[in-house]
Design a protein around this ligand. Structure first.
Ligand code: SF4
Length: 626
């Protein structure tokens, strides 16, 4: 085994920055990375064992101990839970003969939970030895486990049928469905591959390309909304021997799966966007950080990159442009939501724990291996190609004044038609509900757990038959005002996740609790605020739900939600959002729970209660100034 591990390390030229790849390969080889492998790694990479362990123990999909022959990671995102995850989990435990978090006695199955795996439109789903199994039911689980026990291979057991579109490509062969429900300018099938690189780059200088993107006002589609042209310009300005373009394909926000679909159906468009960005900024190094959950696309994407190299679309003198040298490598993650944050992603790309860096310096100044690095979202890069092809004015014909173009929405939850919708910015929540067939709505989570939960407000404003036809009289009603809110950077910004909850859902017990568990699990642990406050909030939430809370607990939650904002990165800064946003928009649910303790709230008087003790020792009570 030692020799094999040494060979793997040699394949990556003993480069410690490729530690993620090396660990993944060792994992593939022996199912875990144990003490012997760690010793070899430390020796061969000239690192300490502590450094190896730091990376190894950070990511969900790595293990230091042996797992099963088949390792089943069952998704625990909120929509999976809403669609029967608990029954699927019980069936897996019964059929495999072991509990979650352990390996079956015969060593055949390991059962584990995992966060949202980008399959919210077809959950509950599971990753089994890197292959995705969707729409699980107890029946399908029984059949799957029986097949594996009988000796069928995973492919034979899983791939009775494949999904739509390129999911049937021989290099994908996945059960995943794209569920594209609405196409506009980005998902337009009318796309001539690499036309922009082949024909238009020669007509524009890098500066002109940046100018067109700036003129279009394209903003980052990952959620932050930073102007893309400006980012490219900043990156180009920094003096350096090398510059780097990173495509952030680590979409981990629960409820988001649009990048999965773009990478499946329009990989060439995304790669073309990377070439465009490289030309504009003078970059020669290209990296795609692909979340581990999408490993089933790895072979397929690499094949396309290989074809591009043969066609001189990657490599040296791309498209006949002298000194335009650029290539793209795919780097797999290993399961860590925080790696969606660009500096954490860069740390991971360098083989380290995915902990966000202090800023400044920003990645455009000093990023991957110290080089100026431009990190763009998958959707942003795809949009840039359409803009260069059709012009900034064309792009400005879509959307609103401050939010131009279109946005891909990943819609899931309680609706008839979950899937991908390409809509113009400025589309109202009402329209999204109509499109997706959501006719019984209690709440909508916009932007995933780190976003906002919008809901019932201003019931007095209701009364139109238009609204009444949508919502059950017995349930909560969403005010017209809320439903006419628009998806835009100035009203409801979103990276694309829209999760719908109907009136049967228990928002506190089911939803907010699930979201808080997610943040507790995903904190990288660097900041004491992010490490502790979500946990304390969850405990307080449980206290309230159990009927032991008082009004002050609600106030405490709101005030802790402010304290956590000082955390270093967006994960911590938004980790209190599920609680805070649900208090702001669903305060009545919290109030219901604390009602039983109302007397305690009103009557308890600390000053009075310690009065006898004070009298006894002859001291005047002054609690408020103590
Ligand atoms: Fe890590 Fe949370 Fe701090 Fe971000 S906010 S650096 S995830 S501890």
């Amino acid at each position: 085994m030692k020799d094999k591990i040494i060979k793997i390390i040699a394949r990556y030229h003993h480069d410690r920055h490729r530690l993620m790849d090396i660990l993944i390969d060792i994992h593939d080889l022996q199912g875990y990375v144990g003490d012997t492998a760690i010793e070899v790694l430390a020796e061969q990479l000239n690192m300490s064992e502590v450094e190896i362990n730091e990376t190894l123990t950070f990511y969900h999909f790595f293990s230091k101990t042996p797992r099963g022959k088949y390792n089943i990671f069952l998704n625990n995102s909120i929509t999976a839970c809403m669609r029967g995850r608990e029954k699927v989990k019980e069936t897996l435990e019964e059929e495999c003969g072991t509990e979650f978090g352990s390996v079956s006695p015969d060593g055949l199955f390991g059962l584990y939970s995992t966060s949202c795996m980008g399959m919210n439109d077809q959950g509950p789903s599971a990753i089994i030895n890197d292959k995705v199994f969707t729409n699980l039911t107890p029946y399908r689980v029984k059949k799957l486990i029986a097949d594996l026990k009988s000796g069928k291979t995973l492919d034979e057991a899983i791939y009775e049928s494949v999904g739509d579109g390129n999911n049937s490509d021989p290099d994908v062969r996945s059960m995943v469905f794209n569920n594209i429900r609405k196409r506009m300018i980005l998902l337009d099938k009318n796309y001539e591959k690499f036309e922009v690189v082949r024909n238009l780059l020669l007509q524009h200088s890098p500066d002109e390309i940046i100018g067109i993107v700036e003129d279009s006002n394209l903003r980052g589609r990952g959620g932050a909304g930073f102007p893309t042209g400006l980012k490219w310009r900043f990156g180009r300005r920094v003096e350096a021997d090398h510059r780097v373009i990173i495509c952030n394909a680590d979409e981990g926000e629960p409820g988001t799966f649009k990048d999965r679909v773009l990478l499946t159906e329009f990989p060439d468009l995304v790669f073309e966007g990377m070439i465009l960005a490289a030309y504009a900024t003078g970059a020669d190094i290209g990296l795609i950080y692909l979340r581990y959950e999408y490993r089933y696309l790895y072979k397929y994407l690499n094949r396309i990159l290989e074809e591009m190299r043969k066609e001189n679309l990657l490599g040296e003198g791309i498209a006949g442009i002298k000194q335009f040298n650029f290539d793209i490598r795919i780097q797999l993650g290993a399961g860590a939501y925080v790696c969606g944050e660009e500096s954490a992603l860069i740390e991971s790309l360098e083989g380290k724990r995915g902990e966000p860096r202090d800023k400044p310096p920003f990645p455009v100044q000093k990023g991957y291996l110290g080089y100026p690095t431009i990190v763009n979202n998958v959707e942003t890069l795809a949009a840039a190609v359409r803009i260069i092809k059709n012009g900034a004015d064309w792009f400005k014909g879509f959307g609103t004044k401050d939010s131009l173009g279109t946005k891909l929405l990943s819609v899931s939850g309680d609706c008839k038609y979950p899937g991908i919708y390409e809509v113009e910015w400025g589309t109202s929540i009402r329209e999204v509900m109509e499109m997706s067939g959501a006719d019984d709505v209690q709440a909508i989570q916009v932007g995933g757990p780190s976003g906002v939960m919008i809901s019932v407000k201003d019931i007095d404003n209701l009364g139109t038959t238009d609204l009444m036809k949508w919502y059950k009289p017995s349930g909560m009603m969403v005010a017209q005002k809320t439903f006419d809110r628009k998806l835009s950077y100035s009203d409801l910004p979103t990276g694309g996740s829209i999760i719908i909850f109907n009136n049967q859902r228990n928002l506190l017990n089911e939803v907010v609790t699930n979201f808080m568990d997610f943040f507790i699990e995903e904190s990288c642990g660097s900041c004491s605020t992010c490490r502790n406050i979500p946990y304390l909030m969850k405990k307080k939430l449980e206290k309230i739900i159990s009927g032991h809370g008082v009004r002050k607990d609600i106030d405490d939650l709101l005030s802790w939600g402010k304290i956590i904002k000082i955390s270093r990165c967006g994960l911590g800064q938004t980790a209190a959002n599920p609680v805070v946003s649900s208090i702001l928009n669903f305060r009545h649910l919290y109030e219901q729970h604390v009602k039983a303790m109302a007397d305690f709230d009103n009557v308890f008087d600390m000053e009075k209660s310690v009065e006898p003790a004070n009298n006894y020792v002859g001291r005047k009570a002054n609690i408020h100034h103590a």
